[in-house]
Design a protein around this ligand. Structure first.
Ligand SMILES: [Cu+2]
Length: 414
């Protein structure tokens, strides 16, 4: 009786544990609480395979219990042996066909979703026209991520801003070793390679929010600190963010005297690796909107003290209080006093070109937009072709363009 009780307690504890674990994970970092199209598909597949597994488990258990009970050794006839079955065609066919059917049920949506997730062709709108795609060049580096919105002439690092309800397209490479881009609540993983081949994927966030991302490929001593975020804001807010970011040149004069001195120090010591304003990828993160970061270098508390510590230890931290060992800022040559580092920190912390920041992703305000203001070129070129007057210079330019295009095509064919 006692043994039975403790077994009961153990299984009861297991059931409770399973229930608790099933609610597990933060909504912004859990594949079990999908907030994106891709994560939703992956979640559905997970549920489907778990349901099938539970079904198989239940059937096997029922048969098992039934057989054990029915053919147990009986007291009145201990020598009785049940009829032995061998080579039963009906049974063998049955237990071959059932697994095949189950595997087919799994395979059809898996194959379908695999192709859907890999599809990077442009979306079509309700009228069936192709919509402009937002392509973002993503570069993984030890131990941070760079995001360049090439067509929009906007760059940022650490925090990827995207509009909700609209697919964005990522074109992904690595600057050094293999990393893996993973935002569990929005989509699956994608590796980035240093060898020159570019991987592509799409992201679609269905709800505004700040979603946490992780590098999912062991990439060096600070791999576990290679965190980043996806900031999903409503389309109207995204449009505004892009316009605000586009207006930054890096030459804006800050208000306070200290920050102005900080700017000069920054331009003398740091600009080689860090850009402010749009730029292709550099050795270090783009700092255009550094003042809106919620974490320093993706993981550390964002405050002046930590920023000074980061600058003075070149991102390595102090003995006993490590920041990111092995990071590439250790190559920097500068030598600054704490006071100077403080001035730079002041300058960097006031870099807030936009009212759109992670707070806007968390609030409930929703501004709709079709994002057409971000893609004005097409309208212009239509007007161009309608215009009847064309200067000779223009037509020359067009000739060049055609040549360029031909060259591009030839390159592609290669
Ligand atoms: Cu990594």
């Amino acid at each position: 009786m006692k043994g039975w009780m403790s077994k009961f307690k153990a299984s009861f504890a297991l059931v409770v544990l399973a229930l608790v674990l099933s609610g597990c994970g933060d909504p912004f970092l859990s594949a079990l609480q999908p907030k994106g199209e891709g994560a939703g598909m992956i979640y559905d597949l997970m549920i489907l395979s778990i349901v099938i597994m539970l079904f198989v488990f239940a059937v096997v258990m029922v048969i098992y219990a039934f057989v054990i009970y029915k053919y147990r050794q009986k007291k009145d006839d201990p020598d009785y042996i049940p009829k032995q079955t061998e080579g039963n065609h009906a049974l063998e066919t049955l237990w071959t066909v059932i697994p095949i059917i189950l595997l087919l049920i799994l395979a059809v949506p898996t194959v379908q979703y695999t192709f859907a997730l890999a599809d990077t062709s442009p979306d079509v709108n309700e009228e069936g026209e192709e919509m402009d795609s937002i392509w973002i060049n993503v570069t993984g580096a030890q131990y941070w991520w760079h995001f360049e919105y090439e067509d929009l002439e906007v760059s940022t690092s650490q925090e990827l801003y995207i509009p909700t309800d609209r697919r964005v397209y990522l074109s992904m490479v690595s600057q050094d070793v293999i990393h893996s881009f993973w935002v569990p609540s929005i989509d699956g993983k994608m590796d980035v390679n240093p060898t020159g081949n570019t991987n592509e994927m799409t992201l679609l966030a269905q709800e505004e929010g700040v979603y946490f991302g992780k590098c999912a490929e062991l990439c060096g001593p600070s791999h576990s600190l290679m965190d980043f975020k996806v900031v999903a804001v409503s389309p109207g807010e995204f449009e505004q963010w892009v316009q605000d970011m586009q207006s930054v040149t890096g030459e804006e004069t800050p208000e306070s005297q200290t920050a102005q001195e900080g700017q000069e120090l920054f331009n003398n010591n740091c600009i080689g690796c860090h850009a402010i304003g749009s730029s292709p990828n550099k050795t270090g993160p783009n700092l255009t909107n550094f003042g809106d970061r919620e974490e320093l270098a993706g993981v550390f508390d964002y405050n002046k003290e930590n920023i000074i510590k980061w600058i003075q230890t070149k991102g390595v931290g102090e003995e006993g209080d490590r920041m990111k060992p092995g990071n590439r800022m250790t190559d920097a040559q500068y030598d600054l006093t704490d006071e100077e580092a403080g001035k730079i920190a002041e300058y960097l912390m006031q870099l807030k070109p936009s009212d759109i920041n992670p707070e806007n992703a968390r609030d409930t305000s929703y501004q709709d937009s079709d994002l057409s203001s971000l893609f004005p070129e097409e309208e212009e070129s239509e007007e161009d072709s309608e215009g009847d007057e064309e200067s000779s210079e223009e037509s020359e330019d067009e000739g060049n363009e055609e040549e360029d295009q031909q060259e591009d095509e030839e390159n592609n064919e290669e």
